[in-house]
Write a protein that binds this ligand. Sequence first.
Ligand code: FPP
Length: 250
Amino acid sequence: MIWKERIDRSNLPTHVAIIMDGNGRWAQERGYNRIYGHQHGVDSVREATEAAAELGIKYLTLYAFSTENWNRPSEEVEALMELLVDTIEKETPTLNKNNVRLRAIGDLARLPRMTKEKFERCMEETSGNTGLNLVLAISYSSRWEITAAVRQIAAEVLSGSLSPEQINEQVVAEHLNTKDIPDPDLLIRTSGEQRISNFLLWQMAYSELFFTDVNWPDFRKEQFYNAIYSYQHRERRYGKTSEQITRFHR
Ligand code: FPP
């Protein structure tokens, strides 16, 4: 099946988020260590980014490193950090050539100083690009993000710049890392796991979920197109009835 040809270009998701899972299992199945799987995962990052940019999708968020990933063995954490920053540095000219803006969400303050500085430099170098926004979630977890937002809102209430009555959904959303990023329309998770794993919990209230058994290092453009095609055949109701939605679109 050629999924790309079946995609309706007038009904693309604005924001696709991906939980890139299965690198470790992919490597172990082949008798290699987990880091080998992450290294191969970089090719899939390139494929997904290219596919999103070619289709004209505006936001692609990749869960590259979670808050919980800090608890992995230190060799794996170090290898992941190095791989992330090396890849980003190497790919920055290509991102610029393709008008891709690199952004990040997460607790970047926890990153080693050099890693953080290199990231910030790459983000700065692509900040003028207006095509795809490639958002990397690094040292990110949704509960961390929501907790930080609550702390900031509490501080504003204490200082008198905000009253408790003024706190609504918009105020909460504006205190999240994603304040200027629309909510994901579609979440893809690879490797057969069907969980959200502390990723964009607030933002995914109405996202469509797509799970595939393919491990992340085997994820190619065709799988991305397949997910978009599947998304386009869902009915997004946002709590309304099917009749209301059909009438709205007529
Ligand atoms: C999950 O697989 C994957 C990760 C924790 C890391 C993803 C990172 C990359 C692909 C590196 C490059 C990224 C960019 C953006 C340049 P897992 O290790 O949890 O696999 P398992 O569930 O099989 O153990």
